[in-house]
Design a protein around this ligand. Structure first.
Ligand SMILES: [Zn+2]
Length: 101
């Protein structure tokens, strides 16, 4: 896993830069080096979709197993935190904005 690079000038983005951007509604990123506009790629969006689905399945699986509520919530929080922290590494750019589906 590595951090994404600008498609235009190959500038490597910082983890914190992408992390901050992930919380914004407008996910367009501007390269701090060459100011090119970059968009989240289809690949990235698909990955996020699959990861969310996986989380959901794991949650259901844990519910069926009937583990204590406190352990369940703690586990879910840990899974989500891990996912969010690795998100910038999964991130990839596209130089065009594409429709969601
Ligand atoms: Zn650039």
């Amino acid at each position: 896993m590595s951090l994404p690079k600008c498609l235009n000038c190959n500038h490597q983005f910082k983890w914190i830069y992408i992390f901050k951007r992930l919380w914004k509604f407008d996910q367009t990123m501007e390269c701090p080096n060459c100011t090119a506009k970059l968009y989240p790629s289809m690949k990235f969006r698909n990955k996020v979709g699959y990861l969310s689905l996986l989380c959901l399945f794991v949650s259901f699986g844990l519910m069926i197993l009937g583990i204590p509520k406190v352990a369940f919530i703690t586990l879910i929080v840990i899974i989500w935190v891990c996912l969010i922290l690795t998100m910038p590494y999964v991130y990839s750019f596209d130089n065009k904005e594409r429709p969601l589906w």
